[in-house]
Design a protein around this ligand. Structure first.
Ligand code: NI
Length: 411
């Protein structure tokens, strides 16, 4: 199985459509192996569990004009005897309205059978094997308003499957277009450069951690004016994003280092102002620690954290009720502060990490920084995407007062 696809930041509807198309096929391919697709199947360390070797999936843009982007999604399956089948469909995303439609939605429902007949008639004039059907799943519109309807021919042994493409003229197609289809045609005729709105959150790239293996590296107790910038250099070099649970007092003392963290696209979490055991404080005391830290982090970075981590992981129902935001704990405890030795904590993390996991480390120790290049390189080689906590939990709601240790598995 190989798969390649491209998201468009700023078009969440299109990204969601691509994700659900991928997951539907990945689940179907994983079912004979005993269950649903899991991102762990994509790790390089578990190749035997990956779904079927003979499948290639692609989702890539094929046409773009004005506010409309057209994608083609293809699935090629090759059986053990060498016979291949090809399935393809086009998807239309309108950045102006956010609408995402399949090709059949270009037409008024009552016109579908007529267009289908015209396409079938054109196919019959073609030489070669007959396609299985003309389902109108793969349709492109050109600037003249002509339709290009593609249908896969059934493959045969050791011969690449190919699509048969026929044209339905604008004179027949024009009256069959739906409102959506007419809008698409006018956008294609405009020949305007593609206009896509910016992503809803600056720096937030769409990623689906139900499809690819993800992990969040988290660093507590900083920022430190010496070690935090060193870590930022390594993360930049490795093209990895991370989450920094800052102490408000340290953000106040080292505002420049705090700002460097957010400027680099990393996410900041609230780790209280002075790092007390919150379980020993009153509700008002807990709120005071959170609010002071939020103010200090905002003063230094211009952003306010939306989740927190209690010092020492110490929480109870009273603390959960008082903090007023989600509590992010961890699934992998590096104990970097205890060993102060990369030869100890790096293998520990690599042994315990699983997709969706959250690793706790501390960016205030030189020994922790010393192990990061090796840790990050090894994780990426295994297929992990290193993402912020915000990205890790995308699509799964984080509720104030609730404790989270890793991304929940898709049901
Ligand atoms: Ni801490």
């Amino acid at each position: 199985m190989t798969a390649s696809w491209t998201y468009v930041d700023g078009l969440p509807g299109l990204n969601a459509q691509i994700d659900s198309w991928l997951l539907e096929i990945l689940d179907a391919k994983s079912a004979p192996a005993g269950g649903r697709y899991r991102p762990a199947m994509a790790l390089t360390t578990t190749p035997a569990r990956a779904p079927g070797p003979g499948t290639t999936l692609t989702a890539q843009p094929v046409q773009a004009s004005g506010t409309v982007i057209v994608y083609r999604e293809t699935e090629k399956d090759t059986a053990p005897d060498g016979t291949s089948t090809l399935t393809a469909g086009t998807v239309y995303a309108d950045a102006g309205t956010g609408e995402v439609h399949r090709a059949a939605d270009l037409f008024r429902p009552e016109s579908l059978s007529g267009i289908r007949s015209l396409a079938a008639e054109a196919v019959n004039h073609n030489a070669g094997p007959r396609p299985a059907d003309t389902s109108l799943s793969d349709v492109l519109l050109d600037q003249e308003g002509d339709l290009r309807v593609s249908t896969a021919r059934p493959g045969f042994k050791n011969v690449e499957p190919a699509a048969v493409t026929v044209t339905v003229g604008a004179s027949d197609a024009g009256s069959a277009l739906s409102d959506f289809g007419r809008n698409v045609l006018s956008q294609i005729r405009s020949r305007a450069p593609v206009a896509v709105p910016p992503a809803s959150f600056p720096g937030l790239k769409h990623i689906n951690c139900d499809i690819v293996p993800c992990a969040s590296l988290t660093y507590d107790d900083g920022p430190d004016p010496k070690t935090t910038p060193q870590l930022l250099g390594i993360l930049k070099d490795k093209n990895a994003l991370a989450t920094f649970f800052m102490q408000g007092a340290n953000a106040s003392a080292n505002p420049g280092s705090a700002k460097e963290v957010t400027d680099a696209g990393h996410t900041v979490g609230n780790h209280t102002f002075s790092h007390p055991y919150l379980t020993k404080l009153s509700a008002a005391g807990v709120r005071g620690e959170i609010d002071r830290a939020a103010a200090a982090i905002r003063a230094a970075t211009g952003t306010v954290p939306t989740f927190m981590r209690p010092p020492y992981g110490a929480a109870n129902a009273a603390v959960q009720g008082a903090v007023g935001m989600p509590l992010i704990l961890w699934s992998v405890d590096s104990l970097d502060w205890l060993s102060k030795n990369p030869a100890v904590f790096v293998p520990k993390v690599l042994k315990e990490i699983t997709p969706g996991g959250v690793v706790i480390m501390h960016d205030v120790h030189a020994t922790t920084i010393a192990g990061q290049a090796e840790l990050i390189t090894t994780l990426q080689t295994r297929g992990y995407h290193l993402v912020t906590v915000q990205e890790l939990f995308e699509g799964t709601p984080l509720t104030p007062g609730q404790i989270y240790r890793s991304r929940p598995e898709r049901r």
